[in-house]
Design a protein around this ligand. Structure first.
Ligand SMILES: NC(=O)C1=CN([C@@H]2O[C@H](COP(=O)(O)OP(=O)(O)OC[C@H]3O[C@@H](n4cnc5c(N)ncnc54)[C@H](O)[C@@H]3O)[C@@H](O)[C@H]2O)C=CC1
Ligand SMILES: O=C(O)CCC(=O)C(=O)O
Length: 428
């Protein structure tokens, strides 16, 4: 690690092997390409603002339960903080810090006028009743209300949060400030100022850049074998779009199980099964395989669309895909990245591959401010153009510097962020 990283305060150094540590390693890799702007690079290694909140609620049985919540604003040089909120039993500060930093990079990579932020609550929402979930959401929103707002920091859905959670967040914030603040969150229901196309946007972005990358490496999508980890908002939509393009989705893994079908899974039936049963487990007609065997599946395209640190030095050698498209944030460790690179596997990094969601969140925010709503065709066309242009720029920088697509995305994004920082200057 460089001297910049050694000079960090202890709470930022605590977790070199966790997600934040991975982000720091990624910054280390990009620094040599930043020229004069590298004098500002330490900015990226110190989140602007970290808020840790206690979220007490009354459970249905009368007990008082406390949950730990976070909101981290990594960088706001290019605009208000923007990024999702995750409800998961394993959420940590390191994770939320890294996720907020990847938002800064992602937002700059697709050039939407936002900084990076992210939030989370350390809670397993599957263990909560609907009433408990609503109380946790509303209390958390009030607690982070100190720092969020339509021009300050705008949350959105992430793992285990959805349109309903965004509706509760918007309503709570609006009640607290005494006005209808639809622009405080994105990913809302359409009836409350949400945008057409937002629900599918991340998966559509994954598919769009996947299409571009496949064309560059001569991989025909028709008949291509696809394996997807995570069958939620991102993985579910991406799988469907690849299947619609003629690919065969042969394996799907979620938190509870892995299903495999050599002839291709019936995704509509699988989606209905998940709605009913809560997971892909026991999907009729498919073969159940162990969680670990997922990495050995014979496929051309692998889409990790669940959580961080899934592709590691322990399984990267086993991956048979030619193309990995990171729907999830941070699914590949730096060691695994190097192994895949040496093996000639092309990795489309999260910071560009899953930027479709925040791109349509940007459209939603703009529509809320203007109270003028666009058609779904208009939204999808604008989304696809932004994703294709961003991909082309990343591809060009990667070729120019002979670096990975991840480092190329970081070069473009860090230059934009640090240029904005430089232009703002220091006060006084
Ligand atoms: N929702 C969005 O718009 C965006 C999400 N992302 C990222 O995409 C990833 C997935 O997010 P969503 O689809 O929104 O979440 P989701 O909550 O809709 O779905 C998550 C999926 O991952 C599965 N999963 C959870 N733990 C797992 C494990 N240990 N092994 C295998 N599968 C597991 C769940 O069963 C579920 O199918 C996350 O990394 C998130 O940060 C990135 C950009 C935008
Ligand atoms: O739509 C957004 O604002 C952010 C989505 C998100 O959390 C992500 O891209 O990881």
């Amino acid at each position: 690690m460089s001297q910049v990283l050694n000079s960090l305060p202890s709470y930022l150094q605590a977790d070199h092997l966790g997600p934040w540590g991975i982000f720091l390693q990624q910054v280390d890799r990009v620094t040599p390409y930043l020229g004069d702007l590298s004098r500002w690079v330490e900015t990226l290694t110190r989140p602007k603002r970290i808020l840790i909140v206690d979220v007490p609620i009354q459970m249905d049985d009368g007990r008082i339960a406390h949950f730990e919540g976070y909101r981290v604003q990594h960088n706001t040089s290019r605009g208000p903080g923007k990024g999702g909120v995750r409800f998961h039993q394993d959420v940590t500060l390191s994770e939320v810090m890294a996720l907020s930093a990847w938002m800064s990079i992602k937002n700059a990579a697709v050039n939407v006028p936002f900084g990076g932020a992210k939030g989370g609550i350390r809670v397993d929402p599957r263990q909560l009743s609907r009433g408990e979930l609503e109380r946790v959401t509303r209390r958390y929103t009030s607690e982070i209300g100190l720092i969020i707002g339509p021009t300050k920091d705008i949350p959105a859905p992430d793992v285990n949060t959805n349109e309903q959670v965004m509706a509760w967040m918007m309503d709570t914030y609006s009640m607290n400030v005494g006005e209808n603040a639809t622009g405080v969150v994105t990913g809302k229901p359409i009836d409350l100022g949400g945008s057409l196309g937002r629900r599918e946007a991340t998966g559509r972005g994954v598919f769009t850049v996947g299409q571009e990358a496949a064309a560059r490496i001569g991989l025909e999508l028709k008949g291509a074998r696809v394996a997807v980890q995570g069958f939620g908002n991102v993985g579910g939509v991406a799988a469907r779009l690849f299947a619609e393009a003629g690919a065969r989705v042969v394996a799907v893994q979620d938190h509870a199980g892995t299903v495999y079908q050599d002839s291709g899974l019936d995704l509509a039936a699988l989606q209905a099964h998940v709605q009913r049963q809560g997971s892909v487990l026991d999907f009729p007609g498919a073969q159940a395989v162990s969680q670990d065997s997922f990495w050995d599946v014979d496929c051309d395209i692998l889409i990790p669309a669940a959580l961080e640190q899934q592709i590691t030095a322990a399984n990267a050698h086993r991956i048979r895909a030619k193309l990995v498209i990171e729907g999830a944030n941070g699914p590949t460790t730096p060691q695994a990245d190097d192994i895949l690179h040496e093996r000639g596997v092309l990795v489309l990094p999260d910071v560009i591959a899953n930027a479709g969601g925040v791109t349509v969140s940007y459209f939603e925010w703009v529509q809320d401010f203007s109270s003028f709503f666009w058609s779904e065709d208009e939204i999808n066309a604008r989304l696809i153009k932004i994703m294709r242009d961003a991909f082309a720029a990343v591809w060009q920088v990667a070729s120019e510097h002979q670096v990975s697509l991840r480092t190329a995305t970081f070069i473009i994004a860090c230059q934009r962020i640090l240029r904005a920082r430089d232009l703002r200057g220091l006060y006084p």
